[in-house]
Design a protein around this ligand. Structure first.
Ligand code: LLP
Length: 451
Protein backbone atom coordinates (compact mmCIF):
# COMPACT_ATOMS: atom_id res chain seq x y z
CA UNK A 1 0.00 0.00 0.00
CA UNK A 2 1.38 3.43 -0.83
CA UNK A 3 0.46 6.80 0.58
CA UNK A 4 -2.24 9.01 -0.91
CA UNK A 5 -0.48 11.61 -3.09
CA UNK A 6 0.62 14.70 -1.33
CA UNK A 7 -1.27 17.92 -1.95
CA UNK A 8 1.46 20.22 -3.25
CA UNK A 9 -0.71 23.30 -2.84
CA UNK A 10 -1.21 22.83 0.90
CA UNK A 11 0.27 25.67 2.92
CA UNK A 12 1.78 25.34 6.41
CA UNK A 13 -0.54 26.82 9.03
CA UNK A 14 2.13 28.86 10.84
CA UNK A 15 0.74 27.90 14.23
CA UNK A 16 2.91 27.53 17.30
CA UNK A 17 2.32 24.71 19.79
CA UNK A 18 0.05 26.57 22.20
CA UNK A 19 -2.24 27.55 19.32
CA UNK A 20 -3.25 23.92 18.78
CA UNK A 21 -6.05 24.26 21.35
CA UNK A 22 -8.16 21.22 22.16
CA UNK A 23 -5.61 18.85 20.64
CA UNK A 24 -3.18 19.56 23.49
CA UNK A 25 -3.20 17.70 26.79
CA UNK A 26 -4.47 19.82 29.66
CA UNK A 27 -1.12 20.72 31.21
CA UNK A 28 0.79 21.43 27.97
CA UNK A 29 3.04 24.48 28.26
CA UNK A 30 5.93 25.93 26.33
CA UNK A 31 8.97 27.14 28.29
CA UNK A 32 12.26 28.27 26.78
CA UNK A 33 11.20 26.82 23.44
CA UNK A 34 10.52 23.35 24.86
CA UNK A 35 7.21 21.55 25.21
CA UNK A 36 6.32 20.62 28.78
CA UNK A 37 3.54 18.25 29.82
CA UNK A 38 2.72 17.62 33.47
CA UNK A 39 5.55 20.02 34.29
CA UNK A 40 8.05 17.71 32.58
CA UNK A 41 10.27 18.77 29.67
CA UNK A 42 9.39 16.45 26.77
CA UNK A 43 12.79 16.96 25.15
CA UNK A 44 14.66 15.90 28.29
CA UNK A 45 12.25 13.01 28.83
CA UNK A 46 12.82 11.76 25.28
CA UNK A 47 16.59 11.89 25.85
CA UNK A 48 16.33 10.09 29.19
CA UNK A 49 13.84 7.39 28.25
CA UNK A 50 14.57 6.98 24.56
CA UNK A 51 12.01 7.14 21.77
CA UNK A 52 9.47 6.18 20.55
CA UNK A 53 7.78 6.93 23.86
CA UNK A 54 4.12 7.14 24.91
CA UNK A 55 3.53 9.91 27.47
CA UNK A 56 0.31 10.50 29.39
CA UNK A 57 -0.77 13.63 31.21
CA UNK A 58 -2.21 12.17 34.39
CA UNK A 59 -4.03 15.36 35.36
CA UNK A 60 -5.75 15.43 31.97
CA UNK A 61 -6.77 11.80 32.29
CA UNK A 62 -8.15 12.22 35.80
CA UNK A 63 -9.98 15.42 34.93
CA UNK A 64 -11.80 13.75 32.03
CA UNK A 65 -12.82 10.85 34.25
CA UNK A 66 -14.09 13.37 36.77
CA UNK A 67 -15.92 15.26 34.01
CA UNK A 68 -17.78 12.09 33.00
CA UNK A 69 -18.62 11.28 36.60
CA UNK A 70 -19.79 14.78 37.48
CA UNK A 71 -21.60 15.67 34.27
CA UNK A 72 -23.64 12.46 34.35
CA UNK A 73 -24.24 12.27 38.12
CA UNK A 74 -25.30 15.88 38.39
CA UNK A 75 -28.01 15.37 35.77
CA UNK A 76 -28.93 11.76 36.34
CA UNK A 77 -28.01 10.34 39.75
CA UNK A 78 -28.51 6.72 38.78
CA UNK A 79 -25.70 6.58 36.24
CA UNK A 80 -22.22 5.14 35.85
CA UNK A 81 -19.41 5.74 33.39
CA UNK A 82 -17.49 2.64 32.35
CA UNK A 83 -13.95 3.03 31.08
CA UNK A 84 -13.65 1.15 27.76
CA UNK A 85 -10.26 -0.38 28.39
CA UNK A 86 -9.72 -1.35 24.74
CA UNK A 87 -8.78 2.29 24.12
CA UNK A 88 -5.72 2.10 26.36
CA UNK A 89 -4.88 -0.69 28.75
CA UNK A 90 -2.21 -1.13 31.33
CA UNK A 91 -2.35 -1.64 35.06
CA UNK A 92 -1.85 2.01 35.97
CA UNK A 93 -4.74 3.34 33.91
CA UNK A 94 -7.00 0.75 35.52
CA UNK A 95 -5.83 1.77 39.01
CA UNK A 96 -6.61 5.39 38.13
CA UNK A 97 -10.01 4.46 36.66
CA UNK A 98 -10.82 2.66 39.89
CA UNK A 99 -9.68 5.59 42.05
CA UNK A 100 -11.79 7.92 39.92
CA UNK A 101 -14.91 5.85 40.55
CA UNK A 102 -15.31 4.40 37.07
CA UNK A 103 -16.80 1.04 36.18
CA UNK A 104 -14.97 -0.98 33.54
CA UNK A 105 -15.73 -2.36 30.09
CA UNK A 106 -13.53 -5.32 29.16
CA UNK A 107 -13.79 -7.10 25.86
CA UNK A 108 -12.03 -10.35 26.41
CA UNK A 109 -10.09 -12.56 28.77
CA UNK A 110 -6.89 -10.50 28.56
CA UNK A 111 -8.52 -7.23 29.55
CA UNK A 112 -10.33 -9.05 32.35
CA UNK A 113 -7.07 -10.58 33.57
CA UNK A 114 -5.52 -7.12 33.76
CA UNK A 115 -8.52 -5.86 35.77
CA UNK A 116 -8.21 -8.79 38.16
CA UNK A 117 -4.47 -8.20 38.52
CA UNK A 118 -5.08 -4.70 39.92
CA UNK A 119 -7.98 -5.82 42.11
CA UNK A 120 -10.63 -3.92 40.14
CA UNK A 121 -13.98 -4.67 41.85
CA UNK A 122 -15.47 -7.41 39.69
CA UNK A 123 -19.06 -6.36 40.29
CA UNK A 124 -18.20 -3.13 38.44
CA UNK A 125 -16.94 -4.95 35.35
CA UNK A 126 -18.96 -5.39 32.14
CA UNK A 127 -17.82 -8.01 29.65
CA UNK A 128 -18.18 -7.36 25.93
CA UNK A 129 -17.35 -9.09 22.67
CA UNK A 130 -19.14 -10.66 19.73
CA UNK A 131 -17.33 -13.98 20.13
CA UNK A 132 -16.23 -14.44 23.71
CA UNK A 133 -14.87 -17.93 23.91
CA UNK A 134 -16.45 -20.43 26.30
CA UNK A 135 -13.20 -20.21 28.28
CA UNK A 136 -13.44 -16.42 28.52
CA UNK A 137 -17.08 -16.65 29.59
CA UNK A 138 -16.17 -19.14 32.28
CA UNK A 139 -13.35 -16.93 33.56
CA UNK A 140 -15.69 -13.94 33.69
CA UNK A 141 -18.54 -15.73 35.44
CA UNK A 142 -16.17 -17.39 37.89
CA UNK A 143 -14.59 -14.02 38.65
CA UNK A 144 -18.06 -12.65 39.49
CA UNK A 145 -18.29 -9.89 36.89
CA UNK A 146 -21.22 -7.52 37.25
CA UNK A 147 -22.66 -7.94 33.78
CA UNK A 148 -22.05 -10.00 30.70
CA UNK A 149 -23.24 -8.21 27.59
CA UNK A 150 -24.65 -11.07 25.56
CA UNK A 151 -24.15 -10.57 21.85
CA UNK A 152 -26.05 -13.44 20.22
CA UNK A 153 -28.48 -16.29 20.84
CA UNK A 154 -25.65 -18.82 20.69
CA UNK A 155 -23.83 -16.92 23.39
CA UNK A 156 -26.96 -16.71 25.52
CA UNK A 157 -27.08 -20.51 25.62
CA UNK A 158 -23.37 -20.66 26.48
CA UNK A 159 -23.65 -18.20 29.34
CA UNK A 160 -26.68 -20.01 30.69
CA UNK A 161 -24.91 -23.38 30.58
CA UNK A 162 -21.67 -22.17 32.15
CA UNK A 163 -23.46 -20.22 34.89
CA UNK A 164 -25.47 -23.37 35.62
CA UNK A 165 -22.29 -25.44 35.89
CA UNK A 166 -20.83 -22.87 38.26
CA UNK A 167 -24.05 -22.74 40.27
CA UNK A 168 -24.65 -19.00 39.87
CA UNK A 169 -27.21 -16.70 38.32
CA UNK A 170 -25.38 -14.32 35.96
CA UNK A 171 -26.85 -10.84 35.36
CA UNK A 172 -26.78 -10.05 31.64
CA UNK A 173 -27.52 -7.26 29.21
CA UNK A 174 -28.50 -7.98 25.62
CA UNK A 175 -26.62 -6.00 23.01
CA UNK A 176 -29.06 -4.61 20.47
CA UNK A 177 -28.13 -3.24 17.04
CA UNK A 178 -30.32 -0.15 16.90
CA UNK A 179 -29.99 0.50 13.17
CA UNK A 180 -28.73 4.03 13.74
CA UNK A 181 -26.18 5.27 11.22
CA UNK A 182 -23.61 7.25 13.18
CA UNK A 183 -21.72 10.01 11.49
CA UNK A 184 -18.20 8.48 11.49
CA UNK A 185 -15.65 6.34 9.60
CA UNK A 186 -17.09 3.19 7.97
CA UNK A 187 -14.79 0.81 9.84
CA UNK A 188 -15.76 2.03 13.28
CA UNK A 189 -19.52 2.30 12.80
CA UNK A 190 -21.23 -0.46 14.67
CA UNK A 191 -24.85 0.40 15.24
CA UNK A 192 -26.04 0.21 11.64
CA UNK A 193 -27.87 -2.83 10.36
CA UNK A 194 -25.01 -4.65 8.63
CA UNK A 195 -22.98 -5.35 11.76
CA UNK A 196 -21.39 -8.40 13.32
CA UNK A 197 -22.30 -7.03 16.74
CA UNK A 198 -25.41 -7.62 18.76
CA UNK A 199 -28.94 -8.86 18.18
CA UNK A 200 -30.37 -7.37 15.02
CA UNK A 201 -33.73 -5.64 15.13
CA UNK A 202 -34.47 -6.81 11.58
CA UNK A 203 -37.50 -9.13 11.48
CA UNK A 204 -37.97 -8.31 15.15
CA UNK A 205 -35.25 -10.83 15.95
CA UNK A 206 -33.90 -9.03 19.02
CA UNK A 207 -37.40 -8.69 20.43
CA UNK A 208 -38.10 -12.40 20.03
CA UNK A 209 -34.78 -13.24 21.68
CA UNK A 210 -35.79 -11.31 24.80
CA UNK A 211 -38.21 -14.17 25.37
CA UNK A 212 -35.34 -16.66 25.10
CA UNK A 213 -33.24 -14.64 27.54
CA UNK A 214 -36.09 -14.52 30.05
CA UNK A 215 -36.67 -18.24 29.73
CA UNK A 216 -32.99 -19.21 29.99
CA UNK A 217 -31.98 -20.64 33.37
CA UNK A 218 -29.07 -19.25 35.40
CA UNK A 219 -29.12 -15.84 33.71
CA UNK A 220 -31.00 -12.73 34.72
CA UNK A 221 -31.75 -10.24 31.98
CA UNK A 222 -31.47 -6.78 33.53
CA UNK A 223 -31.27 -4.51 30.52
CA UNK A 224 -30.00 -3.60 27.09
CA UNK A 225 -26.85 -2.28 25.54
CA UNK A 226 -26.03 -0.57 22.27
CA UNK A 227 -22.95 1.06 20.80
CA UNK A 228 -23.43 3.00 17.60
CA UNK A 229 -19.80 3.68 16.69
CA UNK A 230 -16.76 5.69 17.63
CA UNK A 231 -15.32 9.20 17.04
CA UNK A 232 -18.87 10.59 16.70
CA UNK A 233 -19.31 14.36 16.50
CA UNK A 234 -23.03 14.53 15.81
CA UNK A 235 -24.85 14.10 19.12
CA UNK A 236 -28.19 13.58 17.36
CA UNK A 237 -27.05 10.01 16.58
CA UNK A 238 -26.97 9.27 20.33
CA UNK A 239 -30.38 10.84 20.81
CA UNK A 240 -31.82 8.68 18.02
CA UNK A 241 -30.26 5.56 19.55
CA UNK A 242 -31.73 6.37 22.97
CA UNK A 243 -35.16 6.66 21.43
CA UNK A 244 -34.85 3.30 19.66
CA UNK A 245 -33.70 1.62 22.85
CA UNK A 246 -36.38 3.07 25.13
CA UNK A 247 -39.09 2.29 22.60
CA UNK A 248 -37.76 -1.25 22.57
CA UNK A 249 -37.76 -1.36 26.39
CA UNK A 250 -41.37 -0.17 26.40
CA UNK A 251 -42.45 -3.00 24.10
CA UNK A 252 -40.52 -5.46 26.22
CA UNK A 253 -42.29 -4.19 29.32
CA UNK A 254 -45.69 -4.47 27.67
CA UNK A 255 -45.17 -7.92 26.18
CA UNK A 256 -42.89 -9.66 28.64
CA UNK A 257 -43.58 -7.63 31.79
CA UNK A 258 -39.85 -6.90 32.24
CA UNK A 259 -38.94 -3.45 33.52
CA UNK A 260 -35.25 -2.99 32.70
CA UNK A 261 -32.88 -1.72 35.36
CA UNK A 262 -29.87 -0.99 33.09
CA UNK A 263 -29.56 0.91 29.83
CA UNK A 264 -26.03 0.99 28.47
CA UNK A 265 -25.55 3.45 25.61
CA UNK A 266 -21.96 2.44 24.79
CA UNK A 267 -19.13 4.83 23.99
CA UNK A 268 -18.28 6.84 20.92
CA UNK A 269 -17.89 10.52 21.78
CA UNK A 270 -15.43 12.08 19.31
CA UNK A 271 -12.32 14.09 20.18
CA UNK A 272 -10.16 16.73 18.50
CA UNK A 273 -7.36 15.15 16.51
CA UNK A 274 -6.77 18.34 14.52
CA UNK A 275 -7.26 22.05 15.09
CA UNK A 276 -10.22 21.92 12.72
CA UNK A 277 -12.09 19.21 14.66
CA UNK A 278 -14.91 20.58 16.77
CA UNK A 279 -16.16 17.71 18.93
CA UNK A 280 -18.92 18.06 21.51
CA UNK A 281 -17.82 18.30 25.11
CA UNK A 282 -18.36 15.59 27.72
CA UNK A 283 -20.89 17.92 29.32
CA UNK A 284 -22.85 18.35 26.08
CA UNK A 285 -22.79 14.60 25.55
CA UNK A 286 -24.11 14.07 29.09
CA UNK A 287 -26.83 16.68 28.58
CA UNK A 288 -27.90 15.08 25.32
CA UNK A 289 -27.97 11.51 26.61
CA UNK A 290 -29.54 12.14 29.99
CA UNK A 291 -32.22 14.45 28.62
CA UNK A 292 -33.02 11.98 25.84
CA UNK A 293 -33.38 9.16 28.38
CA UNK A 294 -35.63 11.23 30.66
CA UNK A 295 -37.77 12.45 27.75
CA UNK A 296 -38.16 9.04 26.17
CA UNK A 297 -38.87 7.28 29.47
CA UNK A 298 -41.66 9.77 30.17
CA UNK A 299 -42.99 9.50 26.62
CA UNK A 300 -43.00 5.71 26.43
CA UNK A 301 -44.00 5.02 30.04
CA UNK A 302 -40.78 3.33 31.14
CA UNK A 303 -39.24 3.81 34.59
CA UNK A 304 -35.89 5.61 34.36
CA UNK A 305 -33.22 2.87 34.35
CA UNK A 306 -29.65 3.11 35.56
CA UNK A 307 -27.85 4.83 32.68
CA UNK A 308 -24.43 3.57 31.64
CA UNK A 309 -21.98 5.01 29.15
CA UNK A 310 -18.71 3.48 27.99
CA UNK A 311 -16.21 6.13 26.93
CA UNK A 312 -12.78 5.09 25.76
CA UNK A 313 -11.30 7.58 23.30
CA UNK A 314 -12.78 10.69 24.93
CA UNK A 315 -11.06 9.78 28.22
CA UNK A 316 -7.58 8.94 27.03
CA UNK A 317 -6.88 10.15 23.48
CA UNK A 318 -5.94 13.77 24.20
CA UNK A 319 -4.17 12.84 27.46
CA UNK A 320 -1.60 10.87 25.46
CA UNK A 321 1.16 11.93 23.09
CA UNK A 322 3.94 10.04 21.36
CA UNK A 323 7.52 11.29 21.26
CA UNK A 324 9.88 10.33 18.46
CA UNK A 325 13.34 11.33 17.24
CA UNK A 326 13.93 12.50 13.68
CA UNK A 327 16.40 10.15 11.99
CA UNK A 328 16.31 10.80 8.24
CA UNK A 329 15.07 13.64 6.00
CA UNK A 330 14.30 13.18 2.29
CA UNK A 331 12.86 15.77 -0.05
CA UNK A 332 11.37 14.48 -3.30
CA UNK A 333 10.90 17.55 -5.51
CA UNK A 334 7.23 18.22 -6.33
CA UNK A 335 6.23 15.03 -4.51
CA UNK A 336 6.73 15.40 -0.76
CA UNK A 337 9.16 15.84 2.10
CA UNK A 338 9.66 12.76 4.25
CA UNK A 339 10.65 13.10 7.89
CA UNK A 340 11.47 9.62 9.16
CA UNK A 341 10.89 8.94 12.86
CA UNK A 342 11.93 6.00 15.05
CA UNK A 343 8.50 4.38 15.26
CA UNK A 344 5.49 4.37 12.97
CA UNK A 345 2.80 1.86 12.17
CA UNK A 346 4.00 -0.42 14.99
CA UNK A 347 3.08 2.15 17.66
CA UNK A 348 0.34 3.94 15.69
CA UNK A 349 -1.48 1.95 13.04
CA UNK A 350 -4.37 4.41 12.84
CA UNK A 351 -2.97 6.53 10.03
CA UNK A 352 -2.26 3.52 7.81
CA UNK A 353 -5.58 1.93 8.73
CA UNK A 354 -8.00 4.87 8.73
CA UNK A 355 -5.97 7.73 7.23
CA UNK A 356 -6.33 9.28 10.64
CA UNK A 357 -5.15 12.88 11.06
CA UNK A 358 -2.82 14.06 13.81
CA UNK A 359 -1.13 17.31 14.77
CA UNK A 360 2.59 17.25 15.45
CA UNK A 361 5.20 19.69 16.68
CA UNK A 362 8.91 19.64 17.23
CA UNK A 363 9.16 19.64 21.01
CA UNK A 364 12.53 21.43 21.02
CA UNK A 365 11.13 24.20 18.75
CA UNK A 366 7.72 24.37 20.36
CA UNK A 367 7.60 28.18 20.39
CA UNK A 368 8.31 28.46 16.67
CA UNK A 369 5.59 28.59 13.99
CA UNK A 370 4.93 25.51 11.90
CA UNK A 371 6.40 26.57 8.58
CA UNK A 372 6.66 23.33 6.63
CA UNK A 373 4.39 20.63 5.27
CA UNK A 374 5.86 17.15 5.70
CA UNK A 375 4.97 13.49 5.87
CA UNK A 376 6.08 11.96 9.15
CA UNK A 377 6.89 8.47 8.02
CA UNK A 378 7.86 5.51 10.15
CA UNK A 379 10.78 3.10 10.02
CA UNK A 380 8.88 0.04 8.83
CA UNK A 381 9.23 -1.90 5.59
CA UNK A 382 5.99 -0.66 4.15
CA UNK A 383 5.28 2.37 1.95
CA UNK A 384 2.01 3.11 3.73
CA UNK A 385 3.82 3.47 7.06
CA UNK A 386 3.20 7.05 8.15
CA UNK A 387 1.91 8.77 11.27
CA UNK A 388 1.15 12.21 9.81
CA UNK A 389 0.32 12.82 6.16
CA UNK A 390 0.90 16.34 4.81
CA UNK A 391 1.03 17.93 8.23
CA UNK A 392 2.31 21.33 9.30
CA UNK A 393 5.41 21.25 11.48
CA UNK A 394 8.36 23.42 12.47
CA UNK A 395 11.51 23.20 10.32
CA UNK A 396 12.74 19.63 11.00
CA UNK A 397 16.36 18.64 11.58
CA UNK A 398 18.02 15.36 12.44
CA UNK A 399 17.88 14.66 16.16
CA UNK A 400 14.78 16.80 16.79
CA UNK A 401 12.16 15.45 19.20
CA UNK A 402 8.79 15.18 17.49
CA UNK A 403 5.62 15.13 19.57
CA UNK A 404 2.44 13.75 17.98
CA UNK A 405 -0.71 14.72 19.90
CA UNK A 406 -3.91 12.78 20.53
CA UNK A 407 -2.30 9.34 20.48
CA UNK A 408 -3.59 8.16 23.86
CA UNK A 409 -6.38 5.98 22.44
CA UNK A 410 -6.10 2.92 20.20
CA UNK A 411 -2.37 3.35 19.54
CA UNK A 412 -0.71 1.32 22.30
CA UNK A 413 -3.56 -1.23 22.36
CA UNK A 414 -3.31 -1.70 18.58
CA UNK A 415 0.49 -1.70 18.55
CA UNK A 416 2.61 -4.50 17.14
CA UNK A 417 6.22 -5.57 16.98
CA UNK A 418 6.33 -5.44 13.19
CA UNK A 419 9.91 -5.58 11.89
CA UNK A 420 10.96 -6.67 15.37
CA UNK A 421 10.25 -3.22 16.79
CA UNK A 422 10.05 -3.39 20.59
CA UNK A 423 6.96 -1.59 21.89
CA UNK A 424 7.62 1.84 23.46
CA UNK A 425 7.62 2.45 27.19
CA UNK A 426 4.70 4.34 28.73
CA UNK A 427 5.41 7.25 31.05
CA UNK A 428 2.85 9.11 33.17
CA UNK A 429 3.73 12.71 33.97
CA UNK A 430 2.29 14.88 36.73
CA UNK A 431 3.46 17.80 38.89
CA UNK A 432 6.91 17.88 37.36
CA UNK A 433 7.51 14.15 37.84
CA UNK A 434 7.69 11.38 35.27
CA UNK A 435 7.18 7.74 36.16
CA UNK A 436 7.52 4.77 33.86
CA UNK A 437 4.35 2.69 34.23
CA UNK A 438 5.05 0.20 31.44
CA UNK A 439 8.67 -0.47 30.59
CA UNK A 440 9.95 -0.56 27.04
CA UNK A 441 9.87 -3.96 25.40
CA UNK A 442 13.30 -5.58 25.00
CA UNK A 443 14.70 -7.80 22.27
CA UNK A 444 14.49 -10.64 24.81
CA UNK A 445 10.74 -9.90 25.24
CA UNK A 446 10.31 -10.31 21.50
CA UNK A 447 11.66 -13.86 21.76
CA UNK A 448 10.34 -14.71 25.22
CA UNK A 449 7.61 -17.02 23.95
CA UNK A 450 9.67 -18.78 21.30
CA UNK A 451 10.66 -22.34 22.19
N1 LLP B 1 -18.19 0.19 24.06
C1 LLP B 1 -18.08 -0.71 23.07
C2 LLP B 1 -18.96 -1.87 23.08
C3 LLP B 1 -17.15 -0.53 22.06
O1 LLP B 1 -17.07 -1.43 21.07
C4 LLP B 1 -16.29 0.60 22.07
C5 LLP B 1 -15.30 0.80 21.02
C6 LLP B 1 -16.42 1.49 23.14
C7 LLP B 1 -17.38 1.28 24.11
C8 LLP B 1 -15.55 2.72 23.27
O2 LLP B 1 -15.75 3.61 22.23
P1 LLP B 1 -15.01 5.04 22.21
O3 LLP B 1 -15.58 5.87 23.32
O4 LLP B 1 -13.57 4.80 22.41
O5 LLP B 1 -15.32 5.58 20.88
N2 LLP B 1 -9.79 1.24 16.74
C9 LLP B 1 -10.69 2.30 16.39
C10 LLP B 1 -11.82 2.43 17.38
C11 LLP B 1 -12.62 1.18 17.54
C12 LLP B 1 -13.69 1.32 18.60
C13 LLP B 1 -14.15 0.00 19.05
N3 LLP B 1 -15.15 0.00 20.06
C14 LLP B 1 -9.89 3.60 16.27
O6 LLP B 1 -8.69 3.56 16.45
O7 LLP B 1 -10.45 4.64 15.97
Amino acid sequence: MSLPSSDQTKQPDGLTTMQLGAVLPKTAQVKDGHLFIGGVDMVELAHEQGTALYVFDEEDLRSRMEAYRESFHSRYANSEALYASKAFLNKEVLRIAQEEGMCLDVSGGGELACARAVGFPMERVFVHGNNKTPQELREAIEAGVGRIVVDSRIELARVSKIAGELGVEQPILMRITPGVEADTHEYIKTGCEDSKFGFTMLDDFAFKCVGDALAAPHVKLVGFHCHIGSQIFALHSFREAVEVMIKFAARVKETYGLEITDLDMGGGLGIAYTVDDKPSSIDEFAECTTSAVKDCCARYGVAEPRLLVEPGRSLVANAGVTLYTVGILKTLPNIRKYVAIDGGMSDNIRTALYHADYEAVIANKADQPRTEIVTLCGKHCESGDAVVLDGSIQHPEIGDTVCVFGTGAYCYTMSSTYNGQPRPAIVFVRDGKARVVTRRETYADLMARDL
